[in-house]
Design a protein around this ligand. Structure first.
Ligand code: F6P
Length: 408
């Protein structure tokens, strides 16, 4: 993906009323691109407002007839825009300008600023006509948004709804025919495209069409201890050790309790014996996916790390030097694993039910890095211990993580 995108910088411009999931989408896109190896950053105008003007602005501040409020908001929008162009100038590849951009005049200004630098911006508008989705977004946002930290929840919802009403009075939906835009209606129920061409924009639309804000947990766990784990050998297709079988029993009991009441939880494994044996006692249907197989260690498959160091010292040193990009001869690198997990990520995003992924150390490091937004270089070094379930729940402003150890 990288060589196709690195020729020129891109600007994505979020559009939408408050509580339409813009920040959620912007962050997701940035995280996805970063994970794939494209430098991406979100410029959130709300953060500039909070930092420079304080986070406790009353709803009246957002009244389009409030001239002082309007001028202050304009100033913040311009400060974020300046920083965004400076970042692109310094080598950034995809900038995401996250603000309401609710009126055509503001979008014209952003378009002119981009075009003046030879960039054609792509607008991503999130429209929600479904009052239930809006209510859920308000609920999710007001609980976690920095503007309402420590504020009584009912008061926060009232203030937030008043803020939305101010924006609604002046809102102009995107329909500029000469621009590139994506309109996401009711979180992907309907998608309208205008002048979307090329690999990256089309790829982004594919990603965007699978996003939604419905909360659901994702569980990540390695297989139970394998016969190779016991002797420190990598790769292969060994079965579980007695201790690994013990984990399998405990994990499946734990999942039956944890997922009781959820209809149709998804359980995905690799195609290797050790993951399939781990879920064998489960009463849910399980799905083996080839893309979840462990990193292919090529000529080093089945060796211990000491044997690799003795037989292939240059390779051993090269991997230590750059674990992300080092590719085992006739095998894979972490970057290769990331590339083959792209489809798994899209499927994970699409699911509205809990998903349990039972896989391997390298594969889970890559998935975890995406889900929690870890810096790329850190991914191959993340802690992914055996006999531990990682429960992740995503919200608009972050990810909740719980680790449960089922050992002993
Ligand atoms: O040792 C277990 C294992 O899953 C191996 O099969 C795999 O090669 C390795 O972990 C990946 O971890 P690292 O990238 O740290 O070598």
């Amino acid at each position: 993906m990288k060589p196709l995108t690195s020729q020129k910088p891109r600007v994505l411009v979020m559009v939408g009323l408050p509580a339409r999931g813009k920040t959620f989408i912007a962050r997701k896109v940035a995280r996805y691109l970063t994970w794939l190896g494209i430098s991406a950053r979100v410029f959130n105008v709300g953060n500039y407002r909070r930092e420079h003007l304080g986070s406790r602005q009353p709803a009246a501040f957002f009244d389009p007839d409030n001239a002082d409020g309007l001028a202050a908001r304009h100033q913040m929008a311009m400060a974020a825009l300046d920083d965004m162009f400076a970042w692109l100038q310094g080598g950034g590849e995809v900038a995401i300008y996250d603000a309401t951009n609710a009126v055509k005049k503001r979008r014209d200004l952003v378009t002119d600023a981009c075009r003046g630098r030879g960039i054609e911006p792509i607008f991503i508008e999130s429209v929600c006509n479904d009052p239930d989705i809006v209510a859920r977004n308000i609920q999710a946002t007001k609980l976690t948004m920095p503007d309402y930290a420590g504020v009584d929840p009912d008061q926060a919802v009232r203030d937030f709804r008043a803020r939305i009403a101010h924006y609604e009075r002046s809102y102009e939906p995107v329909d500029e025919p000469d621009r590139s835009w994506v309109k996401l209606v009711d979180t992907g129920e309907r998608i309208v495209l205008n002048r979307i061409r090329g690999y990256l924009p089309s790829r982004l639309v594919f990603f965007l069409s699978n996003l939604h804000l419905d909360p659901r947990p994702i569980y990540l766990t390695r297989h139970g201890e394998s016969a190779f784990n016991v002797v420190g050998r990598i790769g292969g297709d060994p079965g579980l050790s007695p201790r690994g079988k013990g984990y399998s029993t405990k994990l499946c009991d734990w999942l039956h309790t944890e997922l009781a009441g959820h209809d149709d939880p998804q359980v995905w494994t690799s195609t290797l014996q050790r993951t399939r044996q781990t879920v064998a006692p489960l009463r849910f249907e399980t799905k083996p996916l080839k893309n979840l197989d462990e990193i292919d260690a090529g000529i080093c498959d089945g060796l211990t790390y000491d044997e690799i160091a003795a037989r292939w010292p240059d390779d051993y040193a090269a991997r230590k030097g750059d674990k992300l990009r080092y590719r085992y001869p006739r095998g894979e690198s972490y970057q290769d694993v990331i590339d083959r997990l792209d489809g798994v990520i899209i499927e994970l995003e699409r699911q509205r039910h809990p998903v349990v992924v039972v896989a391997h150390q390298a594969v889970l490091r890559c998935l975890y890095a995406y889900l929690t937004g870890q810096p790329r270089e850190k991914g191959p070094h993340l802690q992914m211990p055996l006999h531990t379930v990682i429960r992740l729940q995503q919200g608009a402003y972050g990810v909740d993580e719980v680790r449960v150890t089922l050992d002993g």
